[in-house]
Design a protein around this ligand. Structure first.
Ligand SMILES: [Zn+2]
Length: 91
């Protein structure tokens, strides 16, 4: 059952678990009994704000250079340094 948010003018917002058929319109406030109109904001959508979407995009972008760096590291003559000039390191 989805959670719906309502907002009483006197008491403020409250949440109720309702079936899809019951969700329409207003609901009686559990505190004062007044008709409280439904607030059309899905729980969870609030957390996925524009800022978070932007942060996710940056995070996705940030992972790309990581992969490029890894391949670049492998292309570096790191192992060749040890095996390329063994006569200088050894006696
Ligand atoms: Zn109320």
């Amino acid at each position: 059952m989805p959670l719906y948010e309502f907002c009483c003018e006197a008491c403020g917002p409250f949440e109720k678990f309702l079936s899809f058929g019951e969700a329409g319109g207003s609901r009686g406030c559990p505190a004062c009994g007044a008709e409280a109109p439904r607030v059309y904001s899905m729980p969870g959508v609030v957390s996925v704000s524009a800022a978070e979407r932007k942060a996710r995009l940056i995070n996705e972008r940030g992972s790309e250079p990581k992969v490029v760096k890894k391949t670049g590291e492998a292309a570096r003559p790191g192992p060749a340094r040890g095996g390329g000039r063994p006569w200088q390191i050894g006696h």
